[in-house]
Design a protein around this ligand. Sequence first.
Ligand code: PLP
Length: 391
Amino acid sequence: MLTPTERVRSCERSKIRVMFDLAEAADRDLVRLEVGEPDFDTPEHVVEAAADAARAGQTHYTSNAGLPELREAIADTLHQDFAIEYDPGQLTVTNGGMEALHLAVLATIEDGEELLIPSPAWPNYWMQARLADGVPVEIPMSAASGYALDADRVIDRMSEDTGAVVLCSPSNPTGQVFDPEPMREVVEAAAEHDAYVIADEVYLGLTYDRDPVGIAALTGHPEHVLTVGSCSKTYAMTGWRVGWLGGPVELVDEVTKIHESTTACAGSVAQHAAIAALTGPQEPVEEMYEAFAERREYVAARVEAMDGVSCPTPDGAFYAFLDVDLPGSSLDIAKRLLREQDVVLAPGDGFGKAGEGSLRLSFASSLEQLETGLDSIEAAVQEHRDEVISD
Ligand code: PLP
């Protein structure tokens, strides 16, 4: 019998995907709040730049590291918006942040070494660690603190087996923006252990109450930080697949080398689109940001006013991590909400054990959808309470 390798078999199917498939199979109108992508289309000037590039014959492989003009635009944006200092030579352009993370994990985790994952966290990290023949180690953060980064918990788990720690701030799925001090402490400790911090900052352009600062800008050890960014979320460009990895030049050069084994380079037309996104008019980005900020206010206020539903205030990204007072596992609750209320959320345990009991709501949907979805969640909790009273 043909069997895929253990490395591939050990990767679990995403629980978010389970809800996605159930929603697709339901064949009726549902309020879809499980998806993690902006509901906006890519700004028009970006689409135009891509069309112009394609017509002008910019349709060939680019260098593995990406177009020099794009790497310059990324370096300028990181400097201006997030105080991160990279030379264009310290950046490599990838097919989305996902490929940047995959390459970063391959480059920092030796066979059998550990990738430390403060959780709840994005499920791809587990998969990426396994595909690198590494060991993903979940380090649950406390729900009581709103899943703030507890540096001591992470540092206590570091050893000579630690290859890297992944820090995602703003966080998918909690919307938490970590405080600078614990992030700095984790980088210092990683440096002492000869390990790296992989800074997943694909949501860094979406913080609400505080100024975004990149992890690489916070520390005296930027050479131990690998910064992952992307056009996907900030510029509504998920389908274009343009991201980047920044870090010390020796490591980025090695990553650029192995880029040849995955995709060689990001799509040439998409790279031209990314140049337009980063260097062109920023009004469309500001408008999208304002919409996310308004939705976030709305969701936070609704949840605050609800009995039986709570969440840490989302400081960034477009997620609220809800604690919903309904019986059963996260998946049970998510299925019940779909079945009885026509609203779809992502089960929290898809983001590690620390997420069990919670549900991720994405507010990258319209205010109308959010209103209907939150009404439905409120109704489900109320119905359950009524049932318990009448039992
Ligand atoms: N990191 C996190 C936490 C994400 O949620 C995502 C996408 O959902 C990514 C990285 C990668 O995004 P992309 O590959 O579209 O840049």
